[in-house]
Design a protein around this ligand. Sequence first.
Ligand SMILES: Nc1nc2c(ncn2[C@@H]2O[C@H](COP(=O)(O)OP(=O)(O)OP(=O)(O)O)[C@@H](O)[C@H]2O)c(=O)[nH]1
Ligand SMILES: [Mg+2]
Length: 415
Amino acid sequence: MVEKHDEMGSLFTFIKGQVNKLPISESKKNKMLDQLLKLKTMTVDAREPRIALVGRRGSGKSSLINAMFGQERQYVSPVKSGTGKGKWLWYPSDSQPKIRLLDSRGLGESETPTEDYEEETPMDELIKAVTEEQPDVFLFLIKAKETDSRIEEDLQELSKLRKIVKDKHHYDVPVICVITQVDELDPPHYKQVPFDAHPKKKQHIDEAIGLMAKRFKESEIPLLNIIPICSYIDFDEKGNIEYDMRWNIDLLSDYLIEALPSEAKLKTAKAIQSQFVKKKFARTIVGTFTAIASLIGAEPIPFADFPILTGIQGLMIVVIGFIADKDINTKTASEFITALGINVGIGLLVREGVRAAVRFIPGAGLAVSGAVAGAVTYGIGQAAIAYFIENKDMNQAKEAYKNANKQYKNEDIDS
Ligand SMILES: Nc1nc2c(ncn2[C@@H]2O[C@H](COP(=O)(O)OP(=O)(O)OP(=O)(O)O)[C@@H](O)[C@H]2O)c(=O)[nH]1
Ligand SMILES: [Mg+2]
């Protein structure tokens, strides 16, 4: 893990150094450096996410984490009755620290801990935990069949925790409300995914969402979203999936990544066990790289932009490999570009040729070369997604490159 970061770090340092050397105005340079800084936050500065789970006993916190991040039931709540509530821990384990989790069972269940030496209430412990370490997001879990139960107190405490984080860390923690176990809603015999395909079931899901929206509004807690889910999954003795009733886990994972601060997104996407979610996040990454590439390509600085563009494309591939949880370094990244058959020398000639040609059309030169740099970068990005995330072969990756390249030129994709 450390090496990959060094890899990203050294590529980034190289790119930045090259940009600094460009013979262009300070203002243009600063615009590029601004964009690069955004990229740095997402990649070089990437850290593990800190996810705070709020929900009563049995609301499905452990199951949700397993459904999103693990292929088997690795995470059983460390909390038996009454001890060690509300402490940060590493998921899946201290030796594999992928996700920082706060399992804050016991909000609203304000009975005192059973361990006699422990004077603190669960809330005291939670306050301590969020004071010491700022949560990036709160996931508030409630069972679908309990959306009408007494939860005012839980919401009050959630509100209090948010306020503490705001005062202490100056951070407005986003909240996502997760309605769990929707399979249990009436009619209970209907256990098919997607659950909202059944009109009656859909109606009950919608009612639960409406109710939670109202309750959050009454407690004046800003909500990012309310997602109904099912995280039920069963394994046989060999660890193979026997039943998979997971529903909306991808959707929730997607919102989770969106809710996280920039520096916590990448490692979350890497940890999430869903090709769909990885792909979606990788696409936004490609968009960012493409935008920077076209910004740099748009400068009429023949040849000087070439190492920068190559560096950007290399970093992009390393980052996509990271999301796919594969071991990619600068060397394998450049081998990938070569294998795609993008002949670097010819590519350069084409670009300079284009530049020379458009010199006759006043004002058009900048846009064309920026578009070429954008199209190539976009194409390489899509090819890397196909190859590393979708596990397609090199021919399919080449196809993805060609299609994306064409698509970029036709549709004027940016951001
Ligand atoms: N039917 C159904 N059962 C579920 C679902 N998700 C979890 N369960 C079951 O609900 C029970 C509680 O789930 P957990 O994930 O352990 O809940 P928890 O919030 O971690 O509970 P504590 O750690 O005790 O606070 C388990 O028996 C799960 O198998 C679901 O989507 N549908
Ligand atoms: Mg648990």
